[in-house]
Design a protein around this ligand. Structure first.
Ligand code: SF4
Length: 148
């Protein structure tokens, strides 16, 4: 599938297939790499140990793309969220066509409080989960959380 913002090319995401899930995620440039901090709770040690440069993250064009997406998230939020929703709708359709459930992981390499950001056109009945290093998720969060 071709997505503007999301990725499905990630070894961890691919593992979900065996359990009936089609998983997609969003890679941003972690910590302050883009000039904007998407990991407000991270220490410099956390940033140094981050998996951002693992796998495809090793390639300069991938790093460039993550930085540009992150800048767009801050500088052009409305259009960024529109594109994200279009990607999610595509993923919903694709998951259905494969007989799989969809999971969306928006913090592949960031620690943004997605539960506080309204995604236009989307109600969160689809399985959206976030991976966080922080403890700020409340029990009322609509997002399923796993910890690194
Ligand atoms: S994505 Fe996670 S591990 Fe990487 S810098 Fe941010 S908080 Fe640390």
């Amino acid at each position: 599938m071709h997505y503007k913002l999301l990725t499905e090319n990630n070894a961890k995401l691919a593992k979900g297939r065996d359990f009936g899930y089609y998983s997609v995620g969003l890679h941003l440039a972690p910590y302050k790499l883009s000039g904007f901090n998407v990991c407000p709770m991270a220490s410099q040690g956390c940033a140094a140990a981050c998996l951002n440069t693992a796998g495809n993250g090793n390639y300069p064009n991938v790093q460039k793309s993550r930085i540009s997406k992150t800048r767009r998230f801050f500088e052009d939020r409305v259009n960024f969220l529109d594109d994200l929703c279009i990607d999610i709708f595509k993923a919903v359709k694709h998951a259905k066509s494969q007989g799989l459930k969809l999971s969306v992981r928006l913090n592949l390499t960031s620690d943004i409080r997605w539960e506080t950001i309204k995604l236009p056109h989307i109600n969160r009945r689809l399985w959206t989960y976030s991976l966080t290093c922080s403890s700020w998720i409340t029990p009322k969060s609509p997002i399923v959380v796993t910890f690194e």
